[in-house]
Design a protein around this ligand. Structure first.
Ligand SMILES: NC(=O)c1ccc[n+]([C@@H]2O[C@H](COP(=O)([O-])OP(=O)(O)OC[C@H]3O[C@@H](n4cnc5c(N)ncnc54)[C@H](OP(=O)(O)O)[C@@H]3O)[C@@H](O)[C@H]2O)c1
Length: 327
């Protein structure tokens, strides 16, 4: 049997400090399973964990990686309803950047055949966040207009797919032509280069002059205020993340005007506090995938040993869509 290889964070800092090391084989303790990992999803939050910049700070050494996909290879005592050999996605919290990961049985979900490991490994966080934001928080209705910022990024592309599946029209905003092409391919009706056209006026014109119904914002920065101003009556602004860095300040009169609402989206904490609801939401998403209502984005694939480059490309704004590490 080949030894387990894992990316290890021995000291907090830039991704270049990460090392790939051999580790003991994980054991499936009571209520736990072991998954042979075929692909691990790379997320912004992984870079925050590794840099010690996330609100949760695990003690070093730790193995990063919050989501992965593969095959069940061992079941611990009292695990029921699962079988060795099933293809699953794992929301492990940590430990996903490895050839094997142990996790509580409740953290795995059986995959439909249509989803291969790289797409499955990069699916849970972005698509769950988007469905939670658009369906549970914004309560979007068919025919509503949705402005998606960072439309060529992981959350942005997922939000486009989910918004379309819920019957909405989408305008995507992205900084480069490859990102805009990806947004179009994911289902955006129109795309916008914020360097070439003013976001507020362009978005309002696209929505028929009245303003958009919903803004999906995983970016923040200088696009936040013009996007808020692009909202029409009772428009909803979904605050998801701050990939651009600085946290924007907004003039509150822009919330009062037109009876707008700003909604915070903390999917991670919601999923932890409402594990049963998150399972149901993920089952809904997988059913949408199986029906063909959403077609999860195919990620770029990097070898596990290229973990530093993967994280640097992600935070350096160079990726289109998602990255999967292949152990
Ligand atoms: N609230 C939640 O529950 C939740 C869940 C998942 C993710 N998030 C957060 O959402 C954010 C985006 O995640 P993601 O997976 O979509 O990331 P991503 O794939 O890297 O996409 C982020 C996009 O932000 C834009 N951007 C603008 N300035 C940037 C900069 N200085 N550096 C990097 N990107 C910049 C880029 O688009 P352009 O080049 O087109 O501007 C990029 O495509 C992260 O902060 C993440 O932590 C939050």
């Amino acid at each position: 049997m080949s030894p387990v290889r894992a990316v290890v964070c021995n000291e907090l800092g830039p991704p270049s400090l990460l090392r790939v090391e051999e580790r003991p084989d994980p054991v499936a303790g009571p209520g736990h399973v072991v998954v042979d990992v075929e692909a691990a999803g790379v997320n912004y939050v992984d870079a925050l964990f590794v840099g010690g910049r996330y609100q949760i700070k695990p003690p070093v050494p730790f193995v990063p990686g919050t989501e992965s996909a593969g095959t069940l290879s061992a079941l611990g005592e009292s695990v029921s309803g699962l079988a060795v050999g099933q293809r699953v996605v794992v929301s492990a919290g940590l430990g996903g950047y490895a050839t094997k990961v142990a996790a509580p049985a409740g953290a795995v979900t059986v995959l439909p055949d249509v989803l291969d490991a790289p797409r499955a490994a990069t699916f849970t966080q972005s698509y769950s966040t988007s469905l939670f934001a658009l369906r549970e928080r914004a309560r979007v209705q068919p025919g509503e207009t949705v402005l998606v910022l960072g439309a060529g990024g992981g959350v942005g592309l997922a939000a486009i797919g989910v918004a379309r599946a819920l019957g909405c029209r989408v305008l995507g905003v992205a900084s480069t032509e490859p990102k805009r092409a990806a947004a179009r391919a994911a289902g955006a009706e129109a795309v916008l280069d914020p360097a070439a056209a003013p976001v507020k006026d362009s978005a309002r014109a696209w929505a028929g002059g009245t303003g958009v119904d919903v803004v999906v914002d995983p970016v923040g920065g200088t696009l936040a205020e013009p996007s808020l101003r692009a909202l029409g009556d009772r428009g909803r602004y979904l605050v998801i993340g701050f990939a651009a860095g600085p946290i924007p300040s907004i003039p509150l009169n822009q919330v009062l005007l037109r009876n707008r609402t700003v909604l915070g989206i903390d999917w991670g904490i919601w999923a932890m506090q409402h594990a049963g609801d998150q399972r149901a939401l993920l089952e809904d998403l997988l059913a949408m995938v199986a029906e063909g209502a959403i077609d999860p984005v195919r990620p770029a694939q990097y070898p596990l040993d290229d973990v530093a480059r993967a994280l640097e490309d992600l935070v350096g704004r160079r990726t289109v869509g998602k990255i999967a590490l292949i152990p």
